[in-house]
Design a protein around this ligand. Structure first.
Ligand code: SAH
Length: 232
């Protein structure tokens, strides 16, 4: 059974977008995963196909209507659909590699992309949407966030990455950032590849990489080390 993604959006033309190329694109063609982009506007009931309205209580911008979005969700994900329902949202839980792994191990995802000021809270509650953020900044819509999430998930699906080992050593997989990389030429603008890496001594290479990885994590992301269990 392949991983199935349904994306609810006002801009279905944004999909598969970047996911139609490279590894994800090939996996899409080969059927490792499938993607359906659903136009939310098709579920509007009035003549003007209205999907948003002014915020209750006043203020700037528009809010996506609960009723229209609920109809779209019920169409994409009828009762009994085992896939988690996500809402891309800056107020959500920040996406982590651990959550990405969980999603990749599951049957797929239903993703709601917000626009304007966001969506009416009642549809979030009534359809039990899990709010997911891709970072502490504001995008103009949930679509780029959905592409980011799907890219991270799809590369983990069986057979998508050529060299399966590279997935486990990546930044965040072991709670640390990855060590720096080097390749030919041996000298670049007077800078050499660190000697240990060309020594052929695999034990020393592994030790160097571990040290560099810890150093970078300490310098750049001490929060990751603080989250580590004490004994490993
Ligand atoms: N008024 C909202 C921001 C709305 S941005 C607020 O201040 O919280 C419009 C839409 O873009 C959101 O509904 C959401 O779907 C998407 N979006 C914006 N930033 C995002 C982020 N960091 N992560 C995930 N989705 C985001």
């Amino acid at each position: 059974m392949s991983f199935s993604a349904s994306v609810l959006t006002l801009y279905p033309e944004m999909f598969p977008g970047a996911l139609g190329l490279s590894l994800a694109g090939r996996a899409l063609v080969s059927g490792t995963w499938s993607l359906e982009a659903i136009q939310i506007r098709d579920f509007a009931s009035d003549r003007h196909r209205t999907v948003d309205d002014t915020p209750a209580g006043g203020g700037a911008g528009m809010v996506m209507r609960a009723d229209v979005l609920a109809s779209a969700i019920d169409h994409a994900s009828p009762e009994g659909d085992p896939r988690p329902r996500l809402l891309m949202s800056p107020r959500g839980k920040p996406l982590t590699q651990a959550r990405v792994r969980e999603l990749a191990a599951g049957p797929g995802v239903v993703i709601v992309c917000g626009r304007f000021e966001g969506v009416d809270q009642r549809v979030i509650d009534a359809r039990v949407l899990e709010e997911v953020s891709v970072g502490d900044f504001i995008l103009s819509g949930g679509e780029p966030a959905a592409l980011v999430l799907l890219d991270a998930v799809v590369r983990l699906l069986p057979g998508v990455m050529g060299n399966a080992v590279s997935g486990d050593e990546e930044s965040f997989e072991n709670g640390v950032l990855e060590h720096p990389h080097y390749t030919r030429p041996q000298e670049f603008e007077g800078r050499q590849i660190p000697e240990v890496l060309t020594s052929g001594n695999h034990k020393n290479i592994a030790a160097w990489r571990r040290r560099e990885s810890e150093r970078l994590t300490r310098e750049r992301r001490p929060d990751l080390l603080a989250a580590q269990p004490l004994v490993k």
